[in-house]
Design a protein around this ligand. Sequence first.
Ligand code: GDP
Ligand code: MG
Length: 176
Amino acid sequence: MAISDPDYTWKILLLGDGFVGKTSLVNRYVRNTFTKEYLHTIGMEPSFRDMKIKGLKIALQIFDIAGQKSFQRLREMFYRGARGGLITFDLTRPETLASVEGWYKEAHKKAKGSQFILVGNKHDLTDQREVSEHDAREVADKLKMLDYIETSALTGEHVESAFMMLGKYILKKMKR
Ligand code: GDP
Ligand code: MG
């Protein structure tokens, strides 16, 4: 439910390779649900949730990128006006961390001034983990990303915190 009369409305993006859990993170955050199925991202439909920071009402419009890499015009629309978001990789697949730089650069080019948090998802799969916190932080630092956090869309761990952290950074930048 949208809050009536928000103080701000922000467009927020979920970026990252296929199957890392972008749609699952949005579902956990917005609907508090999880499914083992691969969730087909339906076109350009945003999900909505509100957050409150320091008494301010913020309406989030959350867009999660589908595998539509080839549709250049759709991609322009996707990025336009975005404040920032979560660039997500899968802690069990190092190649998805290697893709983060590409996602970050594209977002920076297409959404000026946008800011991103690096998110290592599937933290619950402890036995299959193949990316260390050290290596992930190194990528975040190199790209001057806002922060790094590890989440599980399955258990819900740190999902709220990831969005809240992002919101606080965006607000801080606006007030400068
Ligand atoms: P997307 O392509 O990035 O949108 O990825 P999806 O959200 O569709 O998730 C891909 C697959 O990973 C699905 O089978 C999900 O159930 C699974 N998945 C997503 N997040 C997690 C997580 O935190 N833990 C585990 N164990 N599986 C996850
Ligand atoms: Mg998806």
